[in-house]
Design a protein around this ligand. Structure first.
Ligand SMILES: Cc1cc2nc3c(=O)[nH]c(=O)nc-3n(C[C@H](O)[C@H](O)[C@H](O)COP(=O)(O)O)c2cc1C
Length: 401
């Protein structure tokens, strides 16, 4: 059973191809998946919800405002509890709604709140599929990490022959298996991630910090966990909730982060330093709040360079650093890679409008000490996290952890 323990939300939309989804559901269940089916109102015109209910052994939610669903907010908890949302068939309408952020029924609202991988198996007439708006919607969903399976060419429900047929259930199943099981490739590895900014107090009310939101580090921690790794995250102050299932240590200052990293370093197979620590701290912290109107001169001293310290204590670990730059990105990153004796460095141009601090997307170049350099387009940080982990695994090799 290839999908044992995997939770799949199977979304069914209004296409004739919904009859094939009955078989897809059977196969998913046979492979051990825990499937909940959510239908659109249009889908229920094609196939009775009862069919899916019997095969999944669960009620089939359709309506957004159904009081029988209990007290939890259905669209949030359904999406949150899934390892994958699979929409098969996916109508032009649902693809367009997700691409535009429209949430006007239960399934589109689940997609709007989704924080797990989303896969779509489109089904529609060729004219619809070739429509530039549909193509554009598919392309923009791909850019945010949605996977598309098919459609295929063949005979269509309209009687015509052309592209638009939903992929066969076995193909969709195998795609889902690949996507969900590829995520256990960090099993047995311990990943130490630092995230967020650090803060250095000036007085009881003020501090020096930086713009880091922690999103990149949290995304790496979440991705490593999802791929089966044991994750220790040392986080500076952020507004984010740590991913579930990880060991999160909250710190405030660079010194605290340094101490925590050193305390846990020996456990780690991989150390990913995604935090943007405060490089300086005031020489003295005032015990009382500095009064307004006074002219203040801050004397700053360098904080501990955690990356350099790790390098000295480094044994078998793979060490990954980040270089947030505004100019000469690759050159500066290469210098840092070498001077800190890192294995990999993730360079990002924080002056790019869709990359860097506080953004949900990032555009990175991964450079390794063996001469490899890979540039990526703008992607969601969750996707960037997976690409970074792919590089880490490639460099660790089997039995290297
Ligand atoms: C018989 C019939 C077949 C349809 N097949 C498709 C289809 O394969 N793909 C599609 O995008 N729309 C198809 N539609 C149109 C959709 O059902 C319609 O756009 C609907 O609003 C989709 O709603 P939903 O996305 O909420 O399920 C079909 C409509 C009818 C009446």
């Amino acid at each position: 059973m290839k999908l044992s323990g995997k939770r799949i939300l199977l979304g069914v939309t209004g296409s004739i191809a919904a009859y094939k989804t009955v078989y897809l559901l059977r196969r998913l269940v046979e492979e051990g998946a825990d499937v909940i089916v959510v239908m659109t109102v249009a889908a229920a015109k094609f196939i009775s919800p009862l069919t899916f209910q019997v095969l999944s052994k669960k009620p089939v939610p359709i309506e957004m405002f159904d009081l029988n669903q209990g007290s939890e907010i259905t669209h949030i908890y359904l999406g949150r509890n899934a390892d994958m949302i699979l929409i098969a068939p996916a109508t032009a309408n649902m693809i367009g709604k997700m691409a535009s952020g429209i949430c006007d029924d239960l399934l589109s609202t689940i997609l709007g709140a989704a924080n797990c991988p989303v896969m779509m198996a489109p089904a529609m007439d060729s004219e619809m599929y070739e429509n530039p708006v549909v193509r554009r919607n598919i392309s923009s969903l791909r850019q945010i990490g949605v996977d598309f399976i098919g459609p295929q060419s063949g005979s269509l429900a309209s009687g015509a022959t052309g592209i638009g047929r939903m992929s066969e259930p076995e193909e969709i199943l195998s795609f889902a298996v690949d996507k969900l099981t590829a995520h256990n490739d960090m099993e047995g590895k311990v990943i130490l991630v630092t995230a967020g900014p650090t803060r250095e107090s000036i007085d009881p009310a003020r501090y020096i910090s930086n713009m880091s939101s922690g999103k990149m580090g949290y995304a790496i921690a979440g991705a490593a966990r999802k791929r089966g790794g044991k994750v220790i995250m040392i986080s500076g102050p952020t507004a984010l909730t740590p991913p579930s299932g990880i060991d999160c240590i909250h710190v405030t200052t660079t010194e605290e982060m340094y101490t925590s990293v050193m305390n846990r370093l020996a456990e780690a197979d991989v150390v990913i330093m995604a935090a943007a620590v405060s490089d300086f701290r005031p020489v003295e912290k005032s015990d009382t709040k500095i009064k307004k109107g006074e002219s203040v001169t801050l004397n700053l001293v360098k904080t501990t360079d955690i990356l350099s310290e790790i390098q000295r204590k480094k044994g078998r670990q793979l060490i990954v650093g980040f270089a947030a730059e505004t100019e000469d990105l690759i050159e500066n990153a290469r210098v840092k890679l070498k001077s800190k004796h890192l294995d990999l460095i993730v360079a990002n141009d924080i002056s790019h409008p869709e990359a860097g601090f506080e953004k949900d997307t990032n555009m990175v170049t991964v450079i390794d000490k063996w001469g490899g350099i890979t540039g990526y387009p703008v992607m969601p940080k969750s996707e960037v996290a997976d690409r970074i982990l792919d590089h880490v695994l490639k460099r660790m090799g089997p039995g290297n952890g």
